[in-house]
Design a protein around this ligand. Sequence first.
Ligand SMILES: [Zn+2]
Length: 109
Amino acid sequence: MYSDESSSDELEAIRTERLDIDLKMARMHAEADAWHAVRDRGYCNHGSAVGYRNPPVYEVQRLLKPGQLICTAGCSTIFHDDEDWYAQLDNPMANPVPLPAHTPTPARK
Ligand SMILES: [Zn+2]
C-alpha cells in the first residue's frame, strides 16, 4: 500500500478542512467563554429578555412600550428594540451593566 498524488492531496484537503473546523470551533468556544466570563466579571450579558406584550405575561412587561424588550438575565435593562438587544447581547462589554450583587431570585407569587 502506498499513497499516490491524488490520495495525499485528498488527505491534505481533509487535514486542512479539519484544521479549519478546529479553528472555527476554537473561536466559537473562545467567544462563548468570553461571553460567559462577562457574568463572572459581574456584568450582565443580557442572555434573556422579554418583549412588550399587552396584556403582560410577566410583571416586568408593564414597564415596556411597544417594541421594547427588558433584560431578564439579571439587570432589567430596557432595550429600544430587537436590534438594540441583539447588539448588546453580541457585545455586552460595549456598554457594561453591572449585575446587582447577589441577585436574589425574583419572588414568585
Ligand atoms: Zn442584562
